[in-house]
Design a protein around this ligand. Sequence first.
Ligand code: AMP
Length: 498
Amino acid sequence: MRFDLSAGRFVETDVRADAWAVIGADRALHWHELAAEAQAWAERAREQGFGTDVPVIVRGHKEAAFFVAMTGALLLGAPFVPVDTIYPEERMRRIATTLGAQIYFDAQHDRFVNLNGGAQPNSNEPPAQPLREKNLAYVLFTSGTTGEPKGVQIGRESVAALAAWMAADFALGDAPVFLNQAPFSFDLSMYEVFGTLASGGTVVLASRALTAQGAALLATLEHHGVTTWVSTPSFAQQQLLNPQFSQAGLPALRTFLFCGEVLPLALARQLRQRFPAARIINTYGPTEATVATTWIVVDDAVLAQHARLPIGHAKRDAEVFVEAGELCIAGAHVMRGYLNRDDLNAARMFTHHGQRAFRTGDLGALEGDGLLFCHGRMDDQIKVGGYRIELMEIDAALRALPGVASAAAVPLRRPDGSVARIVAFVAFVATGSDDRRLPDVLHDWKTLLGARLPPYMIPSELLACRALPVSVNFKIDRVQLAQDYRDAHLNAQRPANA
Ligand code: AMP
Protein backbone atom coordinates (compact mmCIF):
# COMPACT_ATOMS: atom_id res chain seq x y z
CA MET A 1 0.00 0.00 0.00
CA ARG A 2 1.11 3.58 -0.57
CA PHE A 3 -0.36 7.06 -0.88
CA ASP A 4 -0.68 8.41 -4.41
CA LEU A 5 0.13 12.10 -4.04
CA SER A 6 -1.25 13.10 -7.45
CA ALA A 7 -4.58 11.32 -6.91
CA GLY A 8 -4.68 12.16 -3.17
CA ARG A 9 -5.65 8.65 -2.05
CA PHE A 10 -4.28 5.33 -0.84
CA VAL A 11 -3.55 2.68 -3.48
CA GLU A 12 -2.75 -1.02 -3.19
CA THR A 13 0.75 -2.13 -4.21
CA ASP A 14 2.98 -5.16 -3.88
CA VAL A 15 4.07 -3.82 -0.49
CA ARG A 16 1.76 -5.55 1.96
CA ALA A 17 -0.90 -3.59 3.87
CA ASP A 18 0.35 -5.20 7.08
CA ALA A 19 3.82 -3.64 6.71
CA TRP A 20 4.70 -0.87 9.15
CA ALA A 21 3.95 2.66 7.98
CA VAL A 22 4.63 4.81 11.04
CA ILE A 23 6.60 4.00 14.17
CA GLY A 24 5.51 6.91 16.35
CA ALA A 25 7.03 7.90 19.68
CA ASP A 26 3.84 6.58 21.31
CA ARG A 27 2.50 3.80 19.06
CA ALA A 28 3.04 2.20 15.66
CA LEU A 29 0.69 1.86 12.69
CA HIS A 30 0.59 -0.64 9.86
CA TRP A 31 -0.31 0.69 6.44
CA HIS A 32 -3.92 -0.49 6.68
CA GLU A 33 -4.20 1.21 10.09
CA LEU A 34 -2.73 4.44 8.73
CA ALA A 35 -5.27 4.35 5.88
CA ALA A 36 -8.20 3.72 8.26
CA GLU A 37 -7.10 6.32 10.84
CA ALA A 38 -6.38 8.98 8.21
CA GLN A 39 -9.83 8.43 6.72
CA ALA A 40 -11.45 8.66 10.17
CA TRP A 41 -9.40 11.81 10.97
CA ALA A 42 -10.57 13.42 7.72
CA GLU A 43 -14.18 12.74 8.77
CA ARG A 44 -13.60 14.28 12.20
CA ALA A 45 -11.96 17.32 10.62
CA ARG A 46 -14.88 17.67 8.21
CA GLU A 47 -17.28 17.69 11.19
CA GLN A 48 -15.26 20.61 12.60
CA GLY A 49 -15.81 22.49 9.34
CA PHE A 50 -12.42 21.80 7.70
CA GLY A 51 -12.43 21.01 4.00
CA THR A 52 -10.79 21.84 0.69
CA ASP A 53 -8.32 24.76 0.96
CA VAL A 54 -9.12 25.42 4.65
CA PRO A 55 -5.78 25.16 6.49
CA VAL A 56 -5.52 23.01 9.59
CA ILE A 57 -2.84 23.57 12.23
CA VAL A 58 -1.47 20.30 13.59
CA ARG A 59 0.45 20.69 16.85
CA GLY A 60 2.43 17.99 18.64
CA HIS A 61 5.72 16.14 18.67
CA LYS A 62 6.33 12.82 16.96
CA GLU A 63 3.03 11.17 17.84
CA ALA A 64 1.57 8.68 15.35
CA ALA A 65 -1.50 10.96 15.40
CA PHE A 66 0.60 13.80 13.95
CA PHE A 67 1.39 11.66 10.91
CA VAL A 68 -2.23 10.50 10.70
CA ALA A 69 -3.43 14.13 10.74
CA MET A 70 -1.07 15.19 7.95
CA THR A 71 -2.20 12.25 5.83
CA GLY A 72 -5.87 12.87 6.68
CA ALA A 73 -5.46 16.52 5.65
CA LEU A 74 -4.06 15.38 2.30
CA LEU A 75 -7.12 13.14 1.84
CA LEU A 76 -9.42 16.03 2.71
CA GLY A 77 -7.67 18.61 0.52
CA ALA A 78 -7.03 20.79 3.58
CA PRO A 79 -3.46 22.16 3.67
CA PHE A 80 -1.77 21.09 6.91
CA VAL A 81 0.24 23.55 9.00
CA PRO A 82 2.69 21.57 11.15
CA VAL A 83 3.73 23.19 14.45
CA ASP A 84 6.02 21.25 16.78
CA THR A 85 5.68 21.74 20.54
CA ILE A 86 9.24 23.09 20.56
CA TYR A 87 7.46 26.37 19.74
CA PRO A 88 5.73 28.14 22.60
CA GLU A 89 1.95 28.26 22.44
CA GLU A 90 2.12 32.01 21.83
CA ARG A 91 3.85 31.41 18.50
CA MET A 92 1.17 28.94 17.50
CA ARG A 93 -1.46 31.55 18.37
CA ARG A 94 0.24 34.13 16.14
CA ILE A 95 0.25 31.57 13.32
CA ALA A 96 -3.45 30.96 14.01
CA THR A 97 -4.12 34.70 13.80
CA THR A 98 -2.36 34.87 10.42
CA LEU A 99 -4.53 31.98 9.21
CA GLY A 100 -7.70 33.34 10.79
CA ALA A 101 -7.90 29.94 12.54
CA GLN A 102 -10.17 29.26 15.51
CA ILE A 103 -9.52 25.54 15.88
CA TYR A 104 -6.33 23.46 15.75
CA PHE A 105 -5.60 19.76 16.03
CA ASP A 106 -3.69 18.72 19.14
CA ALA A 107 -1.85 15.52 18.18
CA GLN A 108 -0.61 14.92 21.74
CA HIS A 109 -4.18 14.46 22.95
CA ASP A 110 -5.68 13.44 19.60
CA ARG A 111 -8.39 16.12 19.68
CA PHE A 112 -9.47 19.33 18.04
CA VAL A 113 -9.04 22.35 20.30
CA ASN A 114 -10.92 25.61 20.17
CA LEU A 115 -8.50 28.54 20.38
CA ASN A 116 -11.14 30.87 21.86
CA GLY A 117 -11.17 29.10 25.20
CA GLY A 118 -14.44 27.31 25.85
CA ALA A 119 -16.52 29.41 23.46
CA GLN A 120 -17.80 27.44 20.49
CA PRO A 121 -16.88 29.07 17.20
CA ASN A 122 -19.78 30.28 15.13
CA SER A 123 -20.84 27.17 13.23
CA ASN A 124 -21.56 29.24 10.10
CA GLU A 125 -17.94 30.35 9.96
CA PRO A 126 -15.12 28.10 8.73
CA PRO A 127 -12.63 27.03 11.45
CA ALA A 128 -9.93 28.92 9.48
CA GLN A 129 -10.04 31.32 6.54
CA PRO A 130 -10.03 29.42 3.22
CA LEU A 131 -6.78 30.21 1.41
CA ARG A 132 -6.61 32.26 -1.76
CA GLU A 133 -4.08 29.73 -3.13
CA LYS A 134 -5.86 26.52 -4.10
CA ASN A 135 -4.70 22.93 -3.92
CA LEU A 136 -1.88 23.40 -1.42
CA ALA A 137 -0.29 20.46 0.42
CA TYR A 138 1.00 22.42 3.39
CA VAL A 139 1.85 25.84 4.78
CA LEU A 140 5.05 25.89 6.76
CA PHE A 141 5.89 28.84 8.99
CA THR A 142 9.51 29.88 9.11
CA SER A 143 11.36 32.63 10.98
CA GLY A 144 10.40 36.14 9.81
CA THR A 145 12.40 39.38 9.93
CA THR A 146 9.42 41.39 11.23
CA GLY A 147 9.16 39.17 14.30
CA GLU A 148 6.14 37.40 12.79
CA PRO A 149 6.73 33.91 11.35
CA LYS A 150 6.06 33.84 7.61
CA GLY A 151 3.94 31.16 5.95
CA VAL A 152 5.46 29.35 2.98
CA GLN A 153 2.66 27.93 0.78
CA ILE A 154 3.58 24.68 -0.96
CA GLY A 155 1.34 23.27 -3.68
CA ARG A 156 0.42 19.63 -4.11
CA GLU A 157 2.19 19.65 -7.48
CA SER A 158 5.40 20.55 -5.62
CA VAL A 159 5.25 17.62 -3.20
CA ALA A 160 4.43 15.25 -6.06
CA ALA A 161 7.58 16.56 -7.79
CA LEU A 162 9.57 16.01 -4.59
CA ALA A 163 8.46 12.39 -4.30
CA ALA A 164 9.08 11.75 -8.01
CA TRP A 165 12.61 13.13 -7.70
CA MET A 166 13.35 10.98 -4.63
CA ALA A 167 12.10 7.88 -6.45
CA ALA A 168 14.04 8.62 -9.62
CA ASP A 169 17.41 9.66 -8.25
CA PHE A 170 17.99 8.71 -4.63
CA ALA A 171 18.08 4.89 -5.07
CA LEU A 172 16.42 4.37 -1.67
CA GLY A 173 15.08 0.90 -2.49
CA ASP A 174 11.50 -0.38 -2.75
CA ALA A 175 10.21 0.33 0.74
CA PRO A 176 12.74 2.53 2.51
CA VAL A 177 12.72 2.84 6.29
CA PHE A 178 13.34 6.49 7.14
CA LEU A 179 14.69 8.09 10.27
CA ASN A 180 12.61 11.18 11.05
CA GLN A 181 14.42 13.40 13.54
CA ALA A 182 13.67 16.97 12.45
CA PRO A 183 10.43 18.43 13.83
CA PHE A 184 7.56 18.43 11.33
CA SER A 185 7.67 22.23 11.45
CA PHE A 186 11.12 22.06 9.79
CA ASP A 187 10.68 21.29 6.09
CA LEU A 188 13.59 18.84 6.09
CA SER A 189 11.11 16.39 7.66
CA MET A 190 8.96 16.53 4.52
CA TYR A 191 11.55 14.25 2.88
CA GLU A 192 10.41 11.46 5.20
CA VAL A 193 6.73 12.37 5.21
CA PHE A 194 6.33 12.34 1.44
CA GLY A 195 9.09 9.77 0.87
CA THR A 196 7.22 7.31 3.11
CA LEU A 197 3.74 8.07 1.78
CA ALA A 198 4.72 7.87 -1.89
CA SER A 199 6.88 4.74 -1.64
CA GLY A 200 4.85 2.68 0.81
CA GLY A 201 7.84 2.73 3.14
CA THR A 202 8.15 3.19 6.89
CA VAL A 203 9.04 6.19 9.00
CA VAL A 204 10.52 6.02 12.49
CA LEU A 205 9.66 9.19 14.42
CA ALA A 206 12.48 9.92 16.87
CA SER A 207 11.38 12.21 19.70
CA ARG A 208 13.64 14.73 21.41
CA ALA A 209 13.64 12.46 24.47
CA LEU A 210 14.90 9.55 22.36
CA THR A 211 17.49 11.51 20.40
CA ALA A 212 18.91 12.83 23.68
CA GLN A 213 19.93 9.24 24.53
CA GLY A 214 22.35 8.27 21.76
CA ALA A 215 22.49 4.56 22.61
CA ALA A 216 18.69 4.16 22.84
CA LEU A 217 18.24 6.02 19.56
CA LEU A 218 20.65 3.72 17.74
CA ALA A 219 19.04 0.64 19.29
CA THR A 220 15.63 1.82 18.05
CA LEU A 221 16.91 2.53 14.56
CA GLU A 222 18.67 -0.81 14.43
CA HIS A 223 15.56 -2.61 15.67
CA HIS A 224 13.41 -1.11 12.91
CA GLY A 225 16.05 -1.65 10.21
CA VAL A 226 16.39 2.01 9.25
CA THR A 227 17.78 2.24 5.72
CA THR A 228 17.66 6.00 5.16
CA TRP A 229 19.07 8.55 7.58
CA VAL A 230 17.61 12.02 7.11
CA SER A 231 18.94 14.86 9.25
CA THR A 232 20.97 18.01 9.28
CA PRO A 233 24.72 17.45 9.27
CA SER A 234 24.81 18.86 12.85
CA PHE A 235 22.68 16.00 14.13
CA ALA A 236 24.86 13.34 12.47
CA GLN A 237 27.94 15.08 13.85
CA GLN A 238 26.59 14.64 17.40
CA GLN A 239 26.11 10.91 16.82
CA LEU A 240 29.78 10.44 15.93
CA LEU A 241 30.57 10.72 19.63
CA ASN A 242 29.00 7.27 19.97
CA PRO A 243 31.32 4.51 18.69
CA GLN A 244 28.25 2.33 17.98
CA PHE A 245 27.25 4.82 15.29
CA SER A 246 28.74 2.68 12.53
CA GLN A 247 27.78 0.22 9.83
CA ALA A 248 28.04 -2.60 12.39
CA GLY A 249 25.61 -0.77 14.69
CA LEU A 250 23.18 0.08 11.87
CA PRO A 251 23.69 -2.73 9.34
CA ALA A 252 20.63 -1.83 7.19
CA LEU A 253 21.63 1.80 6.70
CA ARG A 254 22.33 2.55 3.03
CA THR A 255 21.81 6.29 2.63
CA PHE A 256 22.54 9.52 4.46
CA LEU A 257 20.31 12.25 3.13
CA PHE A 258 21.45 15.66 4.31
CA CYS A 259 19.97 19.11 3.86
CA GLY A 260 19.51 22.36 5.73
CA GLU A 261 23.06 23.57 6.30
CA VAL A 262 26.64 23.17 5.12
CA LEU A 263 27.85 19.56 5.04
CA PRO A 264 31.39 19.79 6.48
CA LEU A 265 34.02 17.85 4.56
CA ALA A 266 35.42 16.32 7.76
CA LEU A 267 31.99 14.94 8.71
CA ALA A 268 31.50 13.38 5.27
CA ARG A 269 34.95 11.77 5.52
CA GLN A 270 34.21 10.27 8.92
CA LEU A 271 30.87 8.93 7.75
CA ARG A 272 32.53 7.31 4.71
CA GLN A 273 34.86 5.50 7.09
CA ARG A 274 32.21 4.43 9.58
CA PHE A 275 29.60 3.51 6.96
CA PRO A 276 31.46 2.14 3.94
CA ALA A 277 28.23 0.67 2.47
CA ALA A 278 26.21 3.92 2.67
CA ARG A 279 25.79 6.67 0.08
CA ILE A 280 26.02 10.24 1.33
CA ILE A 281 23.77 12.69 -0.50
CA ASN A 282 24.24 16.41 0.11
CA THR A 283 21.13 18.34 -0.88
CA TYR A 284 20.51 22.07 -0.72
CA GLY A 285 17.49 24.30 -0.84
CA PRO A 286 15.23 26.63 1.13
CA THR A 287 11.77 25.79 2.53
CA GLU A 288 10.43 28.07 -0.21
CA ALA A 289 11.39 25.45 -2.82
CA THR A 290 9.97 22.29 -1.23
CA VAL A 291 12.80 20.86 0.87
CA ALA A 292 15.66 20.73 -1.64
CA THR A 293 16.67 21.72 -5.15
CA THR A 294 20.26 20.63 -5.74
CA TRP A 295 22.03 17.39 -4.95
CA ILE A 296 25.30 15.52 -5.19
CA VAL A 297 26.42 12.07 -4.08
CA VAL A 298 29.49 12.70 -1.93
CA ASP A 299 31.72 9.79 -2.88
CA ASP A 300 35.47 9.35 -2.47
CA ALA A 301 36.18 11.18 -5.73
CA VAL A 302 34.17 14.23 -4.60
CA LEU A 303 35.90 14.13 -1.22
CA ALA A 304 39.31 14.01 -2.86
CA GLN A 305 38.60 16.90 -5.25
CA HIS A 306 37.20 19.59 -2.97
CA ALA A 307 38.32 21.58 0.05
CA ARG A 308 34.66 22.64 0.61
CA LEU A 309 31.82 20.46 -0.52
CA PRO A 310 29.69 21.59 -3.46
CA ILE A 311 25.89 21.55 -3.31
CA GLY A 312 25.93 19.76 -6.67
CA HIS A 313 23.56 20.42 -9.51
CA ALA A 314 19.86 21.19 -9.97
CA LYS A 315 17.40 18.33 -9.57
CA ARG A 316 15.45 17.19 -12.63
CA ASP A 317 12.77 19.67 -13.79
CA ALA A 318 14.37 22.52 -11.86
CA GLU A 319 16.76 25.31 -12.78
CA VAL A 320 19.32 26.90 -10.52
CA PHE A 321 21.32 29.90 -11.65
CA VAL A 322 23.43 32.65 -10.14
CA GLU A 323 22.26 36.23 -10.63
CA ALA A 324 24.39 39.05 -9.22
CA GLY A 325 26.05 36.50 -6.94
CA GLU A 326 22.71 35.17 -5.59
CA LEU A 327 21.41 31.63 -6.06
CA CYS A 328 18.04 31.65 -7.81
CA ILE A 329 15.71 28.67 -8.22
CA ALA A 330 13.00 28.03 -10.80
CA GLY A 331 10.58 25.12 -11.15
CA ALA A 332 7.23 23.63 -10.19
CA HIS A 333 8.58 22.99 -6.70
CA VAL A 334 8.95 26.70 -5.92
CA MET A 335 6.33 27.89 -3.42
CA ARG A 336 3.14 29.64 -4.49
CA GLY A 337 4.22 32.54 -2.29
CA TYR A 338 4.33 33.69 1.33
CA LEU A 339 0.87 33.85 2.89
CA ASN A 340 -0.48 37.43 2.97
CA ARG A 341 2.95 38.91 2.24
CA ASP A 342 2.59 40.51 -1.17
CA ASP A 343 5.53 42.80 -0.32
CA LEU A 344 7.91 39.86 0.12
CA ASN A 345 6.46 37.99 -2.83
CA ALA A 346 7.08 41.00 -5.08
CA ALA A 347 10.69 41.22 -3.87
CA ARG A 348 11.63 37.54 -3.91
CA MET A 349 9.48 35.82 -6.54
CA PHE A 350 9.59 36.16 -10.31
CA THR A 351 8.99 34.13 -13.46
CA HIS A 352 11.84 32.38 -15.26
CA HIS A 353 11.28 30.43 -18.50
CA GLY A 354 7.57 30.36 -17.63
CA GLN A 355 8.15 28.78 -14.19
CA ARG A 356 7.81 30.17 -10.68
CA ALA A 357 11.21 31.39 -9.49
CA PHE A 358 12.66 32.48 -6.16
CA ARG A 359 15.66 34.57 -5.08
CA THR A 360 17.15 32.58 -2.21
CA GLY A 361 19.29 35.22 -0.47
CA ASP A 362 22.15 32.69 -0.62
CA LEU A 363 25.47 33.66 -2.11
CA GLY A 364 26.42 31.13 -4.75
CA ALA A 365 28.73 30.27 -7.57
CA LEU A 366 28.78 27.89 -10.51
CA GLU A 367 32.32 26.57 -10.78
CA GLY A 368 34.16 25.43 -13.91
CA ASP A 369 33.26 21.77 -13.44
CA GLY A 370 29.54 22.67 -13.55
CA LEU A 371 29.01 22.23 -9.82
CA LEU A 372 27.16 24.75 -7.68
CA PHE A 373 28.48 26.08 -4.39
CA CYS A 374 26.70 27.91 -1.60
CA HIS A 375 28.85 30.56 0.08
CA GLY A 376 26.57 31.70 2.90
CA ARG A 377 23.90 34.39 3.21
CA MET A 378 23.48 37.91 1.87
CA ASP A 379 21.33 38.85 4.88
CA ASP A 380 20.88 38.29 8.63
CA GLN A 381 19.47 34.77 8.37
CA ILE A 382 21.55 32.17 10.19
CA LYS A 383 21.48 28.46 10.94
CA VAL A 384 22.00 27.00 14.40
CA GLY A 385 22.12 23.21 14.43
CA GLY A 386 20.24 23.35 11.12
CA TYR A 387 17.42 25.54 12.48
CA ARG A 388 16.71 28.61 10.37
CA ILE A 389 16.70 31.85 12.31
CA GLU A 390 16.15 35.46 11.28
CA LEU A 391 18.19 37.50 13.74
CA MET A 392 15.63 40.26 13.39
CA GLU A 393 12.96 37.96 14.83
CA ILE A 394 15.07 37.63 17.99
CA ASP A 395 15.65 41.43 17.97
CA ALA A 396 11.88 41.96 17.94
CA ALA A 397 11.38 39.59 20.90
CA LEU A 398 14.18 41.34 22.81
CA ARG A 399 12.61 44.76 22.15
CA ALA A 400 9.38 43.49 23.70
CA LEU A 401 11.19 42.94 27.04
CA PRO A 402 10.36 45.55 29.69
CA GLY A 403 12.49 48.71 29.50
CA VAL A 404 14.36 47.71 26.34
CA ALA A 405 14.72 50.49 23.75
CA SER A 406 16.79 48.69 21.13
CA ALA A 407 18.35 45.27 20.81
CA ALA A 408 20.49 43.08 18.61
CA ALA A 409 21.04 39.33 18.50
CA VAL A 410 24.64 38.60 17.57
CA PRO A 411 25.90 35.26 16.23
CA LEU A 412 29.29 34.14 17.49
CA ARG A 413 30.94 32.12 14.74
CA ARG A 414 33.49 29.35 14.71
CA PRO A 415 36.54 29.69 12.44
CA ASP A 416 34.68 27.75 9.68
CA GLY A 417 31.84 30.33 9.73
CA SER A 418 29.22 28.14 11.42
CA VAL A 419 27.37 29.68 14.37
CA ALA A 420 28.43 28.39 17.79
CA ARG A 421 25.88 30.44 19.78
CA ILE A 422 23.93 33.67 19.91
CA VAL A 423 24.38 36.49 22.41
CA ALA A 424 22.18 39.57 22.75
CA PHE A 425 22.96 43.23 23.32
CA VAL A 426 20.24 45.52 24.64
CA ALA A 427 20.06 49.27 25.23
CA PHE A 428 17.51 50.45 27.78
CA VAL A 429 15.04 53.28 27.59
CA ALA A 430 16.95 56.38 28.83
CA THR A 431 16.77 56.84 32.62
CA GLY A 432 19.48 59.47 32.99
CA SER A 433 21.65 56.99 34.87
CA ASP A 434 24.70 55.32 33.36
CA ASP A 435 23.94 52.01 35.08
CA ARG A 436 24.57 49.16 32.63
CA ARG A 437 23.44 46.33 34.85
CA LEU A 438 20.32 44.47 33.83
CA PRO A 439 17.34 45.88 35.75
CA ASP A 440 15.63 43.57 38.24
CA VAL A 441 12.57 43.14 35.99
CA LEU A 442 14.86 41.27 33.64
CA HIS A 443 16.23 38.73 36.10
CA ASP A 444 14.21 36.03 34.33
CA TRP A 445 14.70 37.32 30.77
CA LYS A 446 15.13 33.78 29.41
CA THR A 447 11.68 32.82 30.67
CA LEU A 448 10.20 36.00 29.24
CA LEU A 449 11.77 35.30 25.84
CA GLY A 450 10.75 31.64 26.07
CA ALA A 451 7.09 32.67 25.98
CA ARG A 452 7.70 33.88 22.44
CA LEU A 453 10.70 32.04 21.02
CA PRO A 454 11.69 28.37 20.76
CA PRO A 455 14.72 27.33 22.87
CA TYR A 456 17.11 27.32 19.91
CA MET A 457 16.47 31.04 19.32
CA ILE A 458 17.14 32.17 22.89
CA PRO A 459 20.51 33.89 23.27
CA SER A 460 22.91 32.38 25.78
CA GLU A 461 23.77 35.78 27.29
CA LEU A 462 22.14 39.19 27.59
CA LEU A 463 24.48 42.17 27.74
CA ALA A 464 23.47 45.73 28.47
CA CYS A 465 25.02 48.59 26.51
CA ARG A 466 24.39 52.35 26.26
CA ALA A 467 23.72 52.37 22.50
CA LEU A 468 24.04 49.88 19.66
CA PRO A 469 26.62 50.65 16.98
CA VAL A 470 25.31 51.19 13.44
CA SER A 471 27.09 50.59 10.14
CA VAL A 472 27.37 53.11 7.27
CA ASN A 473 23.92 52.15 5.98
CA PHE A 474 22.43 52.67 9.47
CA LYS A 475 21.84 48.99 10.11
CA ILE A 476 22.83 47.63 13.51
CA ASP A 477 26.45 46.58 13.18
CA ARG A 478 26.39 42.98 14.38
CA VAL A 479 29.96 42.35 13.21
CA GLN A 480 31.17 45.18 15.45
CA LEU A 481 29.15 43.81 18.37
CA ALA A 482 30.62 40.31 17.88
CA GLN A 483 34.07 41.91 17.90
CA ASP A 484 33.22 43.92 21.07
CA TYR A 485 32.09 40.70 22.71
CA ARG A 486 35.29 38.86 21.82
CA ASP A 487 37.46 41.82 22.93
CA ALA A 488 35.62 42.04 26.26
CA HIS A 489 36.18 38.33 26.83
CA LEU A 490 39.84 38.48 25.93
CA ASN A 491 40.30 41.41 28.34
CA ALA A 492 38.47 39.55 31.08
CA GLN A 493 40.76 36.54 30.57
CA ARG A 494 43.99 38.63 30.76
CA PRO A 495 45.68 38.80 34.18
CA ALA A 496 45.01 42.18 35.84
CA ASN A 497 48.67 43.30 35.67
CA ALA A 498 49.22 42.31 32.02
P1 AMP B 1 15.57 25.94 5.41
O1 AMP B 1 14.55 26.80 4.76
O2 AMP B 1 15.42 25.84 6.88
O3 AMP B 1 15.71 24.61 4.74
O4 AMP B 1 16.96 26.70 5.20
C1 AMP B 1 17.41 26.98 3.90
C2 AMP B 1 18.78 27.59 3.94
O5 AMP B 1 19.71 26.69 4.56
C3 AMP B 1 19.33 27.81 2.55
O6 AMP B 1 18.84 29.00 1.98
C4 AMP B 1 20.83 27.83 2.83
O7 AMP B 1 21.22 29.06 3.37
C5 AMP B 1 20.97 26.76 3.91
N1 AMP B 1 21.26 25.43 3.34
C6 AMP B 1 20.38 24.45 3.10
N2 AMP B 1 21.00 23.36 2.62
C7 AMP B 1 22.31 23.65 2.52
C8 AMP B 1 23.48 22.94 2.08
N3 AMP B 1 23.43 21.68 1.67
N4 AMP B 1 24.67 23.59 2.10
C9 AMP B 1 24.76 24.88 2.53
N5 AMP B 1 23.70 25.60 2.99
C10 AMP B 1 22.49 24.99 2.98
